[in-house]
Write a protein that binds this ligand. Structure first.
Ligand SMILES: [Zn+2]
Length: 304
């Protein structure tokens, strides 16, 4: 059994009342950390990552209203891509949930809500359904999101992309798309052109003429570091030159040196430092699945 198969198996056993259900995360070290995209619904705060029986430091949690993926190059897809490339995420799960308000809200209701907030119709795009990605089926929304991510040129063919649905009343997780199976069946097709909007996204990337674009070669904040190096070198040159000609560092060299020193100090404070390569904490031996979660709303007592 692979990671998410084990998670769902343990989840189903826990929901059925098996108090011994859980996961040994160390058995799945090669498949961790996982990246999950869920809805912003605060009711989900109680479920993750405990409903997956994963250590918190192996769970990269992304959220947006309705766990929507708009297109293969969207900002959320870029974040998923960086979560894999920079944070080492090994598997992606798009986890929808039952009773999603984004699903239950119609475009007309949304207009009313915006009006209450002082946002008039004319400031909103014509097609609200398309703009906000409103959907009428939580399942279909997850299927669509998985499909877009699976075919995004930013997500490598080695990353399984799963689709799950969480029952917000019980905490039960169900498969919508088993990403391991999809990986096996579509792995070879991923390199072929794909039709439809996803294909267009890929084509757009394929047609991307790098020669026409000017890419900044430095990251934000990197200029300070470069300026520091450059100024240090210039100061060194002036100092050497001055020493050669008059046998002693001139005052101008001293002032350049001083400015360089200030830049160095500033850059040292400002630039982001690479993360310390500390040993990751050892995986806990076994994380039990939580018992079925049934959020109870306790009504305040009537005091009279
Ligand atoms: Zn939701």
């Amino acid at each position: 059994m692979r990671l998410f198969e084990a998670i769902i198996d343990a989840n189903h056993r826990a929901v059925a009342g098996d108090t011994t259900a859980g996961l040994h995360p160390a058995d799945y070290a090669d498949e961790l950390p996982v990246i999950a995209l869920t809805c912003i619904d605060p009711r989900l705060n109680a479920f993750f990552p405990n409903a997956l029986a994963l250590p918190a430091d192996q769970f990269i949690w992304l959220r947006n209203a309705g766990n929507i993926i708009f297109d293969p190059m969207s900002s959320m897809t870029r974040t998923l891509a960086l979560a894999c490339a920079v944070k080492g995420g090994r598997e992606i799960a798009i986890i929808g949930h039952t009773d999603c308000l984004v699903c239950r809200t119609t475009a007309l209701q949304l207009l009313d809500k915006f009006k209450e907030l002082g946002v008039e119709r004319h400031s909103l795009p014509d097609n609200l359904n398309e703009f906000f990605g409103l959907f009428s089926s939580e399942r279909q929304n997850v299927i669509k999101a998985v499909d877009i991510v699976r075919h995004s040129p930013l997500i490598g063919p080695k990353i399984p992309v799963h689709g799950l649905l969480l029952d917000i009343e019980t905490g039960k997780l169900d498969w919508i798309v088993n990403g391991y199976q999809t990986l096996e069946t579509t792995g070879s097709q991923l390199r072929e052109p794909v039709a439809g909007p996803i294909g267009q996204g890929m084509q757009a990337l394929g047609n991307f003429n790098i020669g026409e674009m000017k890419f900044p070669e430095t990251k934000i904040g990197e200029y300070a570091t470069k300026a520091e190096d450059w100024l240090s070198k210039q100061a060194g040159k002036i100092e050497t030159g001055a020493a050669e000609t008059i046998g002693k560092a001139a005052p101008v060299a001293e002032s350049v040196q001083k400015i360089a020193g200030q830049v160095v100090e500033f850059a040292g404070k400002e630039r982001s430092r690479p993360p310390e390569m500390a040993e990751p904490p050892p995986m806990p031996p076994k994380i039990p699945m939580p018992p079925p979660i049934r959020p109870k709303i306790i009504q305040p007592r009537n005091k009279r």
